[in-house]
Write a protein that binds this ligand. Structure first.
Ligand SMILES: [Zn+2]
Length: 118
């Protein structure tokens, strides 16, 4: 399985705002579930320092919206059932149709970033 560091090297801009500096890995499953999530790429979201703060606010970024961001930016490691289980829930606790609905709140990657990192 890919290491957290090597996975981060594949994601060169913040998935939320698009900046390319001060990048960090955010964990979707947190709290007491964070240790197992830290080893599973399905749980990781690439973001800058400032957006990392925003992602910690469930009012702005409920888990289902974080999952939609993950699906949009990192389809290769998107695994809804794995994240549900990492969070200590049943595999189908959050359903794919809920993530699909949340996708409407996710901005597409700006064209300049798509071109820069093609
Ligand atoms: Zn950002």
């Amino acid at each position: 399985m890919i290491s957290r560091t090597n996975w981060g090297r594949l994601h060169l801009f913040c998935w939320v705002c698009g900046v390319t500096s001060n990048l960090q890995n955010h964990d979707i499953a947190r709290g007491c579930h964070r240790a197992s999530g830290a080893r599973n790429p399905a749980n990781w979201v690439r973001c800058c320092f400032e957006c990392h703060d925003r992602l910690g606010d469930y009012g702005q970024w409920p888990v289902v919206r974080q999952l939609a961001l993950k699906m949009s930016r990192d389809a290769a490691y998107y695994n809804l059932a794995a994240v549900n289980v990492l969070r200590g829930r049943q595999a189908f606790a959050i359903a794919q149709d809920e993530v699909d609905a949340a996708l409407a709140t996710i901005e597409p990657v700006p064209v300049y970033l798509v071109d820069a990192f093609r």
